[in-house]
Design a protein around this ligand. Structure first.
Ligand SMILES: Nc1ncnc2c1ncn2[C@@H]1O[C@H](COP(=O)(O)OP(=O)(O)OP(=O)(O)O)[C@@H](O)[C@H]1O
Length: 122
């Protein structure tokens, strides 16, 4: 049990490291908080919440994996290495794919509601 709780401590240490050193991770955390706030404000339904939460989890998960891959690459290949560059580029591409998916999902869920709100306000 003690080991299990200690594991949480390491995980929070990892989150703290990513948040304090990675600008992209911070941007995605704030985007996630904005999406959650918008979800409450626009009263999205349970099905829509599932998509929003899935997108948030996927983007943050990929950001964390990308950070870990970058660190490991720097550790194993501190100098210039073409392959190390490819590793980082492919890892960054994986983040881009989920970020595009999340942006498209956000647009599908939120845009119609925002437009309806604007039409009613006009
Ligand atoms: N050791 C290396 N050898 C060759 N190219 C590299 C190497 N390290 C980085 N690069 C190239 O530079 C790009 C940026 O690398 P960098 O480590 O600065 O990543 P980053 O995405 O800017 O991450 P961060 O700023 O969060 O550390 C990589 O995507 C890769 O194309």
């Amino acid at each position: 049990m003690k080991k299990f709780i200690r594991g949480f401590g390491f995980a929070f240490k990892g989150l703290h490291y990513a948040f304090t050193t990675q600008v992209n991770f911070r941007v995605h955390v704030f985007a996630a908080l904005a999406a959650i706030a918008a979800g409450f404000y626009l009263r999205i339904d349970a099905g829509e919440w599932k998509w929003v939460l899935l997108c948030i989890a996927m983007v943050l998960l990929m950001e964390l994996l990308n950070t870990a891959i970058e660190l490991l690459t720097d550790l194993t290949s501190p100098g210039y290495n073409k392959l190390a560059g490819h590793v980082k580029d492919v890892s960054a591409a994986a983040v881009l794919i989920v970020a595009i998916f999340a942006a498209a999902t956000g647009a599908i869920i939120f845009l119609p509601k925002i437009l309806t709100l604007l039409v009613h306000a006009a």
